[in-house]
Structure formats: structure tokens, C-alpha cells
Design a protein around this ligand. Structure first.
Ligand SMILES: C[S@@+](CC[C@H](N)C(=O)[O-])C[C@H]1O[C@@H](n2cnc3c(N)ncnc32)[C@H](O)[C@@H]1O
Length: 428
């Protein structure tokens, strides 16, 4: 039997390439110390899937015949270890991949011999294997969806030639986590971010602050989310709505920023509602949590809000660094998503109090999920006007006026954080 780490990686690869599904957040929960190996291996297989397949193809007897997914998974797992994980022995890398190939559920039994032969040959000179794989063009690892998202990320910014390659290279590095303090002392090893107030980073070599997070002393929150919620807004805020709230990171920040305001948090998926409730309770955040489709809920008659955050469901194109499976997913639901975003936005705009602030955001670079909605809203709602609540540096060329911007789209090459797009409007 392959070790649990390799089995988990193989399951995750089948989920992505067989089912078109995402890698679940807690896919490695039960792995204990093996989680590091599994994370590294899965990251390599996903980030270099294209070149791993391209390396295998010419070595097959009939390269034009389709190769079963079980064979491709076993070979990718074996080759990635041989090429890029020098701490794994030849024996472990080859034998476990062959066992994967022989696994009826995850492999393809008739190709056990083929997998064995290819990996044994590759193991004879691991440095040459790595050099050969590294020399293959990076474009092999970029799906058309990834190419499109990168192009969209750079389009609004002044970027020199080669920017797309630079961005892609950046996205291949595992992301560096950012944290935010909620209460009490900050543990050793966490230091203030140089450019973002309240943001904390882990010093090189410092232990992961698990006990602090478990005791709700702080939370993990991406830099882009933190910068988005660092909006400058001086008007009184007494009623807040977080329209798409789970898992509750931004709800928490809203509560910290506006103590004393009443906070309503909506979420449509029952399991995510449960997680949201639990998170807020652990952190001592008071909010009225309601399970509802936010558009339907907002379309009912009800009181208006002084501040609405609409962190809408989206394609997640800006999360490729954290989710290296993103380039390989189908992405055929964009029209459905943009329809939902527009309906949510329209419903939220109608429940904004006079003088109130509406912030819309998505973790995506695609213009149809962001600035296109901004322009549409401006036409549909002359009663709203842009609210310049972020420093101009958080926008693209031409977004800023008087040092501030109403459009949030940090430069993907100069800003470390998830790809985000947002805008802010206020009711006249
Ligand atoms: C981008 S996530 C929100 C992340 C959250 N704001 C945070 O910072 O922790 C979008 C959330 O909206 C939820 N959602 C999707 N469609 C919705 C709808 N129609 N009404 C309410 N929530 C929805 C999703 O289940 C998901 O939890």
C-alpha cells in the first residue's frame, strides 16, 4: 500500500483531473507529520502537470493514444518526487508510484509495468530528469483559463514586456501567509507587515502560530482582504450587512472596525452557515447570522444599512497561488456567476441607506466579475456615486484622484496578496 501522503495526493489529483472539482481545504487533515510531504508533492504535481505529461508522452509506444488518468497520476507522483524532492529516496519514489499504478481505484493496473520501467530509468539520473523537466516551456503548465486570467490581471496596469511570465513565476511559489491580531499578546515570531497596518507576517523559520489561532488570539487573513477592509470612511455606521459572509474572516474585521454597530451576516450554504456561526462564536463576535440567499433576502422589504459588504461568490481566478488546481478546472460557470453577482449587487444597492457605503469585492481578476459591474451599476443607479475609500496605490493607472481611489485592484506584480477586484459606492 502506498503511504497515506501519496494516497491523499492521488485522490486529490483524481478529484481535479477526473471530476473537475477543487481540492478541499482540509484534504490533508489526517496526515500529521506527512502533511508537509503531501502538500509539497500535490503542489508540484498541480503546478507542473503540463510539463510532467509532456515529458511522458514521447516515451509511450503509441503517444497519440489517450493515457488513462490512473497512469498519469502515478507517473506524475513518481516523477515529481524524483525530480524535485531530493529528500525522498529513489526506492520510495519509484515503488510507491508503482503501487499507486497497481491500485484498482487510483491507478491503472495494466500499466504497472510501464510506470515501473519509466520511473526506474528516470531514477538513474535524477538531476538530468529535473533539468529536462525544468527546460520544458512554462506555457505547458498554463491552461487557456490561466492565460486569460493573467492577461486580465495585468491589463489595467502599466506593465513592462515579460510581465505575464513574471506573474506566472510568482504564482508558482507557495503563498506566504498573513495574519491579523484579534486580542491579547502577539506570539513571538509574528512581526508587523512593512506596508499594511494591523497585518502580521511570520518571521523566517518561526513556528506556525497554531495555539494562538486556536485560542482565537488572531486569524489568518490574506493581505488583499486586509487592505480591502482598510477603507477610509468617517461617517457613522450603526447597521452593517455582510451579505456573503462565510467563513467569517471579513465579518470579524467589520466587527473590529465598527464596535457597537449591529452586524447581520448572510450565507446561503447550510454547512458554511454552521462554520460561520462557530467561527464568530469562538472569536466572541456578536452578529445576527441568517441562512439565506442574499439576493432574495435583500429583495424583501426591510431596513436599510449604513455599510454593506458584498464579497461575492466568484471564479476565484485571483486565488491561483493558493489553489494551484485553478488553471485546470472547467470554468464553464462564469455566465452563471456574473448573473448572480449582478443580482446580488442590485439587491444590495437598493438596501443602502442615504449616505451609506457599499463595498463590492471578488477574489478574481476577470473584468466581467468586477469593473464591468461597477460600470453597469453607475448607469443603473444614478443615486450612487463612487466612494474613494482606498489609497490611490491600491488602484490601477487612472483609477485614483486626489490620492484616493474608488476601485480596488492592486498591481499584481507590486502587491503581495491574492488577486482582488473591488469598488466602493456611496448613496447620495
Ligand atoms: C467569497 S466567499 C466570502 C468570504 C467571506 N466574506 C470571508 O471573508 O470570510 C463567498 C460566500 O458567499 C456565499 N454565497 C454564495 N452565493 C450566495 C448567495 N446567493 N447568498 C448568500 N451567500 C452566498 C458562498 O457560500 C461563500 O461562502
Amino acid at each position: 500500500m502506498p503511504t497515506p501522503a501519496r494516497l491523499h495526493v492521488a485522490h486529490a489529483l483524481h478529484e481535479v483531473f477526473g471530476e473537475g472539482g477543487r481540492v478541499p481545504d482540509i484534504w490533508d487533515r489526517d496526515l500529521g507529520e506527512d502533511a508537509h510531504l503531501a502538500q509539497a508533492l500535490l503542489g508540484l504535481c498541480l503546478r507542473r502537470w503540463g510539463r510532467l505529461q509532456a515529458w511522458v508522452k514521447p516515451k509511450l509506444k503509441d503517444p497519440d493514444r489517450g493515457v488513462p488518468l490512473g497512469t498519469r497520476v502515478a507517473l506524475a507522483v513518481g516523477l515529481a518526487q524524483l525530480a524535485w524532492l531530493p529528500g525522498v529516496s529513489d526506492h520510495a519514489a519509484v515503488n510507491e508510484a508503482v503501487e499507486l499504478a497497481a491500485n484498482r481505484e487510483l491507478g491503472f493496473v495494466p500499466h504497472k509495468g510501464l510506470v515501473n520501467a519509466l520511473l526506474r530509468r528516470a531514477a538513474k539520473d535524477r538531476a538530468a530528469l529535473a533539468a529536462e523537466l525544468d527546460a520544458l516551456p512554462a506555457t505547458l503548465d498554463r491552461s487557456p483559463a490561466a492565460e486569460r486570467a493573467l492577461t486580465a490581471a495585468l491589463a489595467p496596469h502599466a506593465v513592462e514586456a515579460g510581465g505575464l511570465e513574471t506573474l506566472w513565476t510568482q504564482l508558482q511559489q507557495p503563498p506566504r501567509l498573513a495574519f491579523r491580531r484579534l486580542k491579547g499578546e502577539v506570539p513571538e515570531g509574528l512581526i508587523p507587515d512593512a506596508d499594511l497596518a494591523d497585518c502580521l507576517r511570520l518571521e523566517e523559520g518561526a513556528p506556525f502560530p497554531r495555539p494562538w489561532l486556536e485560542a482565537a488570539g488572531g486569524m489568518v487573513q490574506d493581505r488583499s482582504s486586509q487592505a480591502l477592509l482598510a477603507y477610509a470612511w468617517g461617517r457613522p455606521v450603526t447597521r452593517i450587512l455582510d451579505a456573503c459572509a462565510a467563513p467569517g474572516g471579513k465579518t470579524t474585521t467589520l466587527a473590529l472596525r465598527h464596535p457597537g454597530a449591529s452586524l447581520t451576516a448572510l450565507e446561503v450554504h447550510p454547512r458554511r452557515v454552521a462554520r460561520l456561526r462557530q467561527t464568530l462564536q469562538q472569536r466572541g463576535i456578536e452578529a445576527q447570522v441568517i441562512q439565506a440567499d442574499a439576493a432574495e433576502w435583500l429583495e424583501q422589504p426591510g431596513d436599510a444599512f449604513d455599510l454593506i459588504l458584498l464579497d461575492a461568490p466568484c471564479s476565484g481566478s485571483g486565488t491561483m497561488q493558493k489553489h494551484p488546481e485553478w488553471p485546470w478546472l472547467a470554468h464553464d460557470d462564469l455566465p452563471r456567476l456574473t448573473g448572480i453577482q449582478r443580482r446580488l449587487l442590485s439587491a444590495a444597492a437598493n438596501r443602502l441607506a442615504p449616505g451609506g457605503l457599499l463595498i463590492y469585492a471578488v477574489c478574481s481578476w476577470l473584468p466581467e466579475e468586477g469593473v464591468a459591474h461597477r460600470d453597469w451599476l453607475a448607469e443603473a443607479h444614478p443615486d450612487l456615486r463612487p466612494a474613494r475609500v482606498w489609497p490611490a496605490a491600491m488602484g490601477a493607472v487612472g483609477d485614483g484622484q486626489e490620492g484616493a481611489t474608488a476601485t480596488f485592484r492592486p498591481h499584481p506584480l507590486r502587491w503581495e496578496g491574492e488577486g482582488f477586484q473591488g469598488f466602493a459606492v456611496e448613496r447620495r
